[in-house]
Design a protein around this ligand. Structure first.
Ligand code: LLP
Length: 466
């Protein structure tokens, strides 16, 4: 393949083969990155993250919905640098635990741009959300309504008459530390909380069953049959202010039709009660993990969900939220590995220095990736390549990164690039087999900087109490 060529849509925007024939990401030569920062390493093109964030926001504008906001599903890449960048770009953020709330606040998201999800929120998580005065808690079940009612009761009874709500902190720029109110006193919380109700609209998209969430038997949200009772119950709690409905039907969806059905279901609930002021359609837009995959473009997806919302009767003045996770980050990142061993039996096994500890997705969902030698790049399926299996270093047979790879004569010492690893790799990484988790390296215009350092052996024992 000629040098200077740009690489496929699976790679971060602007990736190319440089004059030396090496894969370049964010203007940085991946062979040099491997030398400087070691492998495995998550490499992220900063401009790509920004471009995708802007594409989502712009698409909302173009779809003609004024009050449209893009909420980053932080679980996709929960590191401060990524969160801070999206906060800077004006996105909102969704969190699914107290830890994610801590990360979002710490990275600079204003509380009024944060939503909290979860099917099993603890009392302390709800209390932290109330104290931080986040925009919306997305209620998943009846027990949560009871918990919130009790927490708000405590809050209200603790409020001295005439006492003003505690002061909301000014927005703090990315990179600065903002903590949820410290101290545990309920008086630090406000006395009323805006909420959404999560509906399970009985919409099944075509995706892996482990990441499908909109079907009737999902563990998430209220069934359509229970929605009227949930609305009534929420409205009966003085401190809860019901703003609207939420649904998230699943992840890595490559078709648009399920999103139309989802919008219609939420609109129908809204019209039954005279309309809501907020409709949150969740995330789920799939991405290309291999060159052969062509998911809907961001513009097409946003246009479809906004159009479907309007067609279904969601009023143009309502606030519309969408919650993309992987579509913002997956293709912005690649993972670099080094080949440690090559051996042949029935297959050619290429053993690399990472694996299921940095990318659990092949193991969990049978996810398919592609791989390339960083300095002997060939397009997928090129003639003369060696069919091989890229295996991780862990003590399990299922620890395979790419089952159907083909590489140009792979040998120990080669740097391997696996694209589209910017979502849920870092998030689900572990220390299995005592492997320290990889660093995250941001690249932009040829400059590389570590935004999360590699774990050390000291980190592995840091929590020991002996
Ligand atoms: N909103 C809610 C409420 C969610 O639960 C999720 C993902 C999203 C938004 C973002 O979904 P996305 O746009 O990223 O598909 N570990 C799995 C993905 C689990 C997703 C869970 N919820 C994977 O690696 O495929």
């Amino acid at each position: 393949m000629a040098t200077g060529t740009s690489l496929s849509h699976v790679f971060p925007l602007g990736s190319r083969l440089n004059e030396r024939g090496h894969v370049e990401v964010g203007g940085c030569d991946t062979i040099e990155l491997a030398r400087e920062f070691g492998t495995p390493a998550y490499v992220v093109a900063e401009d790509d993250l920004r471009a995708r964030a802007r594409a989502f926001v712009q698409a909302g504008r173009e779809a003609g919905h004024e009050d449209f906001h893009v909420v980053f599903a932080s679980k996709a890449f929960p590191c401060t640098a990524v969160l801070g960048l999206f906060a800077e770009e004006g996105l909102w953020c969704d969190v699914a635990s107290a830890g994610e709330l801590h990360l979002a606040l710490n990275a600079g998201f204003a509380p009024e741009r944060i939503l909290m999800h979860g099917n099993a929120k603890s009392v302390s998580e709800l209390e932290m959300a109330l104290r931080a005065r986040i925009a919306l808690i997305v209620i998943d079940n009846f027990d949560e309504i009871d918990r919130l009612a009790r927490l708000l009761d405590v809050v209200q009874s603790a409020h001295a008459p005439g006492r003003a709500e505690s002061v909301r902190p000014a927005h703090v720029p990315a990179g600065r530390t903002v903590h949820a109110r410290s101290g545990t006193g309920p008086h630090a919380a406000r006395s009323s909380q805006d909420v959404l109700i999560r509906a399970t609209p009985d919409v099944r998209g075509d995706t892996h069953e482990k990441i499908s969430t909109g079907q009737a038997d999902s563990k998430f949200g209220f069934s359509m049959a229970d929605i009227p009772a949930a609305i009534e119950r929420v409205q009966s709690v003085a401190g809860l202010s019901l703003q609207g409905m939420h649904a998230h039907i699943g992840s890595q969806l490559l078709e648009l039709e399920p999103f139309r059905r989802e919008a219609a279901a939420l609109a129908q609930i809204g019209s039954g009660v005279g309309g809501f002021s907020i409709y949150d359609l969740g995330g789920g837009l799939g991405v290309a993990y291999t060159e052969a995959q062509h998911p809907p473009e961001i513009e097409e997806w946003v246009g479809t969900v906004v159009g479907a919302a309007h067609e279904a009767g969601i009023p143009p003045h309502a606030r519309l939220l969408v919650e993309p996770g992987r579509a913002l980050t997956a293709n912005a990142g690649v993972t670099l590995y080094t080949v440690e061993s090559v051996k042949r039996n029935v297959f050619t096994w290429v053993g690399v220095d990472g694996g299921m500890s940095d990318n659990l997705r092949p193991m969990l969902y049978g996810a398919v990736y592609e791989a390339h030698v960083a300095d002997r790049f060939n397009p997928v399926g090129a003639a003369g390549e060696t069919p091989c299996v890229i295996a991780g270093k862990h003590c399990e047979s299922g620890d395979v990164i790419v089952r159907d790879a083909s590489l140009d004569d792979p040998r120990p010492g080669d740097v391997i690039v696996v694209p589209a690893t910017g979502a849920y790799g870092f998030a689900m990484a572990s220390n299995y087999n005592g492997v320290p988790r990889p660093p995250v390296v941001f690249c932009k215009d040829g400059d590389a900087r570590v935004v999360v350092r590699r774990e050390s052996f000291e980190d592995l024992t840091a929590r020991d109490v002996l």
